[in-house]
Design a protein. Structure first.
Length: 339
């Protein structure tokens, strides 16, 4: 699964521009399930199991990643841009990016420190004060390589840190996609729907449409969530920790999760002997926010991977947490139908 995760993370697919990752996923699942692509671009899959249950289960993850979109080409050849998804400008300055269909290299620049006022130096930068430098001398040269509306992507290697951890871009939520691809290659006890959603990072748009199409009774949402387990953060502000196992939330800004499913997840982890944790802050959100209130209502659980430096080019996970998240979701597929 690690090599699959690497391929997925290194594929550039910002929200609304998911073609590349969608093609990669389809190439991995086309022979093991029925699938179709909906009008927004989400992949809706059906995997036949040994039994057909009375109620319908949907497992989902989102394909898109955060990134940027070119909004203007300046006279000096640098590019103005907007964020696609929630990105802190402080993690962007000085980063290398790939821009447009040609994936031309660029660097995110900002006003030189000596040209900032004292007040400006004391404030956090804003995205509209940054630009992308692709090495063009002027607007005319830049236009040979870049058009307005082109996406820009973090240029980041997939790196193993020590013996247990991985650094990459787009772990949110390519890790969930990798787990679903692996599950689709398993022999399942029950018929199950799997959905690879688009446009989660800009407002849960893909899941709003796909949940309506599938009309599930139960949903398991695979995600990545912020781990703040570093020096200086204590108590609830650590949120969750690398090495603590999958994160099963009781509530976030969009969803209060099904309490019976929440308890079932911890029961499974205890029975199988792997760690499991919850999220100690009510923060963030994911596709569950759209799914649980779709149709006649959907009993929903989120299983998230603890991840440091989320929405940056250097997200970090502990691989054992991903393996244990996989074990939990696989067990949930069978146990949910017993409720």
């Amino acid at each position: 699964m690690k090599e699959l995760l690497k391929k997925l993370c290194l594929t550039d697919s910002v929200s609304g521009d998911e073609n590349a990752v969608r093609e990669l996923i389809i190439s991995r699942i086309k022979d093991v399930c029925e699938y179709r692509v909906d009008n927004l671009g989400s992949i809706i899959c059906f995997k036949k199991g040994r039994k057909t249950p009375e109620k319908k289960l949907m497992i989902c993850a989102h394909m898109d990643e955060v990134g940027f979109m070119v909004t203007y080409i300046r006279s000096d050849g640098t590019l103005s841009f907007g964020n696609v998804g929630g990105i802190d400008p402080s993690v962007v300055i000085g980063r290398q990016v790939r821009v447009g269909k040609s994936r031309i290299s660029g660097v995110v620049g900002s006003t030189a420190v000596h040209n900032l006022s004292k007040e400006q130096r004391e404030k956090a930068p804003k995205t509209d004060s940054l630009y992308i430098d692709i090495g063009a001398d002027d607007k005319e040269e830049a236009e040979k390589y870049v058009s307005l509306g082109d996406c820009a992507y973090f240029d980041s290697e997939f790196t193993e840190l020590g013996e247990r951890r991985i650094k990459a871009k787009a772990i949110d939520d390519r890790a969930g996609c990798a787990m679903m691809i692996e599950l689709l290659h398993e022999e399942l006890e029950y018929d199950t729907y799997f959905v690879f959603n688009v446009q989660e990072e800009i407002g849960l748009r893909g899941s709003t449409a796909s949940a309506f199409a599938v009309a599930p009774d139960y949903a398991v949402v695979l995600e990545s969530t912020t781990a703040a387990d570093i020096d200086g953060a204590s108590g609830a502000k650590r949120v969750c920790a690398l090495g603590g196992g999958p994160v099963v939330s009781f509530m976030d800004r969009h969803t209060i999760y099904d309490k019976e499913l929440y308890s079932l997840a911890f029961d499974i982890a205890k029975e199988q002997g792997f760690p499991c944790q919850t999220k100690t802050m009510i923060a963030g959100g994911n596709d569950a926010g759209a799914i649980h209130i779709s149709g006649k209502g959907v009993r929903t659980i989120a299983v998230s991977l603890p991840c440091r430096y989320l929405h940056s080019p250097s997200s970090v996970i502990e691989y054992a947490d991903m393996e244990n998240s996989y074990k939990l979701v696989k067990a949930l597929i069978g146990r949910i139908h017993e409720i």
